[in-house]
Design a protein. Structure first.
Length: 118
């Protein structure tokens, strides 16, 4: 049974920062197979950040330059550092895992709420 457990969400003022964590257990996923998505109220879930081949980070245009994905291979954990937060970043943030870099996301965490006040 694969478990993805997110933490680090909360309420922050616009311009502030938060750091999300996602710990994977139950199966050995290399951390480059973990990524971040988010879903705002009334909107579809959207991609935020992931690793591509060679360990190169890839970001949604809306967060590029403000968010940074990083990882701790020893702890099978991936992080999302979010800086210069905007009210439009308010969403439930989900960690996801896939079997390879080329396949669909098959495992999802329970999500962590991020609320950015103006």
């Amino acid at each position: 049974q694969v478990q993805l457990v997110e933490s680090g969400g909360g309420l922050v003022q616009a311009g502030g920062s938060l750091r999300l964590s996602c710990a994977a257990s139950g199966r050995t996923f290399t951390t480059d197979l973990l990524g971040w998505f988010r879903q705002a109220p009334g909107k579809e879930r959207e991609f935020v950040a992931k690793y591509t081949s060679g360990g190169i980070p890839n970001y949604a245009n809306s967060v590029k330059g403000r968010f940074t994905i990083s990882r701790d291979n020893a702890r099978n954990t991936v992080f999302l550092q979010m800086n210069s937060l905007k009210p439009e970043d308010t969403a439930v943030y989900y960690c996801a895992a896939r079997f390879t870099l080329a396949t669909s996301w098959v495992y999802w965490g329970q999500g962590t709420q991020v609320t950015v006040s103006s």
